[in-house]
Design a protein around this ligand. Structure first.
Ligand code: ZN
Length: 150
């Protein structure tokens, strides 16, 4: 395995074992439950908004290592960001794990989130990695309190 691959694996292991922001802000403005029936991942995401800015974000849930690590790194990446910045990150992240754009991952923008680049080789895991992002999108739009990847 390449050095970068080993580093990425370490990030995923670390965040799956010790998820960051692993609590729902109390009170939160928005809460959405996301479910990935394909794998059994289930998480609840809570947001505190300050105008257009994600002031606080946290989650609880059960799932595979990829889904937990993805949610943990996502909360770190979007806390303090605007709605538009979070949407841009999701676009970059989705393009990377989906792998259909053929573009190399925008590592500079993605930072730690680039650790999930390897997911593109495991199509079954793509929904594990994107579940939290779809849940965040629903929470930001306020259109649903539950989402499923199927
Ligand atoms: Zn999963």
């Amino acid at each position: 395995m390449s050095e970068l691959g080993a580093l990425y694996r370490e990030v995923i292991l670390d965040h799956s074992k010790r998820p960051r922001n692993f609590q729902i802000p109390d009170p939160s403005d928005r809460e959405v439950v996301g479910h990935n029936p394909l794998c059994g991942d289930r998480l609840r995401l809570g947001l505190v908004m300050d105008g257009d800015i994600i002031r606080d974000i946290g989650f609880r849930g059960n799932g595979c290592a990829i889904s937990l690590a993805a949610a943990s790194t996502m909360t770190e990446a979007v806390k303090g960001r605007s709605r538009a910045e979070a949407a841009q990150l999701f676009d970059s992240f989705h393009a990377m794990v989906d792998g259909t754009t053929g573009q190399p991952a925008d590592v500079e923008r993605l930072g730690k989130l680039a650790a999930f680049a390897g997911v593109t080789e495991f199509p079954m895991r793509i929904k594990c990695a994107t579940l939290c992002w779809h849940t965040l999108k629903a929470a930001l739009s306020g259109e649903a309190t539950q989402i499923t990847t199927e």
